[in-house]
Design a protein around this ligand. Sequence first.
Ligand code: NDP
Length: 491
Amino acid sequence: MSVNSQHACNLALFGALGDLSRRKLLKALYFLDDAGLIHDDTRIIGIARQEMDDAGFIDVAKENLERFIKAKELKKNVLERFLKRLSYVTIDMTEISGYEKLAEKLKGDDKPMIAYMATPPSVFGDICSNLDKVGLNKSPNRVVLEKPLGKDLASSQEINDVVAAHFGEEQTYRIDHYLGKETVQNLIALRFANNLFGSQWNQNHIDHVQITVAEEVGVEGRWSYYDKSGQMRDMVQNHLLQLLCLLAMDPPFDLSADAIRDEKLKVLRALKPITTETINTHAVRGQYVAGNHQGKPVPGYLEEDGANLESHTETFVAIKAEISNWRWAGVPFYLRTGKRLPSKVSEIIVQFKQQPHYIFAPDQRNLAANKLVLRLQPDEGISLQIATKDQGLDKGMRLRSGPLDINFSEAFKQDRTPDAYERLLLEVMMGNQSLFVRRDEVEYAWRWVDQIIDAWDQSNEPPKKYQAGSWGPVSSIALISRDGRSWNEDS
Ligand code: NDP
C-alpha cells in the first residue's frame, strides 16, 4: 500500500494555464503518479479564465509534460493514466458563475477538494470568498497559497485576513518551496536523529553559520515586477529565514506540524532587530552594474529593459543576524543572497569551533575546525569537513582536511532527486502541514524584515554597486571580515 493510498482528493488547480502550473506543478503531479503516490480516485481539475474543454486542457498538459520532462522519464502508461485524471473548468476568478459550475461538478463527491492557488495573490480573496459562497470552503477542503504573501506586514495581514474569513488555519497551506527540498528536511533528521550533531548544536561548539542563496540570472525581462519587491522581500523574508529557523530551532516535542512551527516561531521572535543604529554594521544592500556572465557582457540592473534609473531596489542582500537566546548567544548567522552572482548555488555552512586545546603544527590550526556543508543546489547533499592525518611517511603528523560526503543522487541510487513541489503536493494531499508556513511565522518574519527595509529607507543611501558576475559589494565582505571570518570560498 502506498503512503498516499488513503488520501483521494480533487485537486482544483487555479491558474492552471500559468507558468508555475505548466512548468512545475503538472510535472510534479506526473512524478507523484509515476511513484504510485497518487490515489487512484484523485482527480485534477484545471481552472483558468480561458474558454477550453477537458480535451483542450489535456492537450495543454501533455504538451507541457513532454516539454519539461526528459523523454526517458516520461512513461507512456503513466502519462495515459495521469491524463485521464484531468478535466477543466473555465472560471474568471472574480466572478461567481464559474464557481457554481465547479460546485455542480463536485456535487455528491465526498473527497476533499484542494484549491491550489497558482495565481497572483490579488485574486486569493476572490477565490476564497467565491468558494465559500458555493459551499466549497468546509473542512476537510484546503487552500494552498503561493508566494508572495504580501510585500510587508500590513499587506500580508490583509491577505491572511481575507483567507481566514473563509478557511481555518488548519485548512490553509502556505507554500515556501524551500521547505520541500530533500536537504532542508534532512536538516531535521541530521540535527535530531544524530547525537553527534544534536549534542554540539549550540554556542559552545558552533562558531557561526552561513546561508547563501546565489542566482546567476538577472531579472530576466521582469524588471518592473522585480523592482516592486527586491531580494529582501523575494528571498530573505521567506526562504532564507525559513532555513535559519530550521537550523536554529530547539528540538520540537514531536514531528507534528504545530510542534515544529512553534519552535520555528520562537526563533523568529528571538531575532535581534536590525535598526537605524545597527543597519550599517549588520546589513548590506547591493545592486548590480554591468559585468560578465559566463564570459559574455551583461547589462546592469538600471540598464535592463524597462528600468527606472532612480530605483534603489536591492538585487543583493547580506545580513549578520543574531538570535537572542541561550543556544545562539554570540553565534552570528550570516545570510547572503543576490542576482547576477558567479554561480547558482544554495548552501548552508555550519562552522564549528576549534578544539580548545590544539597540539598540531601552528600553521595548520585552521584545518582543525569542522565544517558541515548542506548543499541545496546544485547536487543536493551533505558534506562534513574533518581533519585527518595526511598519508605518507614524509608527512609526520601533518593534518589534511577532507570531506565525508553524501551526494543524495549517488547515495540513494536515484536517477533524480524529487523536486520540492512533489513533496509539498504530496503533503497537502495527505493533510500534513509540517512543511507549510503558519500565519504567525509569516508575520513575525515580515516584522523583522520590515524594520531592516525601513532602516535602509531612512538612511536614504543608495544600494552599494557590485559588478554582475562578482560575489556582491565589497561591503558584504567587510560585514563578515570585521568579525575575523570570511564567506565560504568553495561555493
Ligand atoms: P502566471 O501569470 O503565469 O499565471 C497566473 C495564472 O492565474 C494564469 O493562468 C492566469 O490566467 C490566472 N489568473 C490571473 N488572474 C485571473 C482571474 N481574474 N481569473 C482567472 N484566472 C486568473 O503566474 P505564475 O504561474 O508565474 O505564478 C502564479 C503564482 O505562483 C504567483 O503568485 C507567483 O508569484 C507564484 N510563483 C510562481 C513561480 C514560477 O516559477 N512561475 C515560483 C514561485 C511562486 P490568464 O492566463 O488568463 O491571465
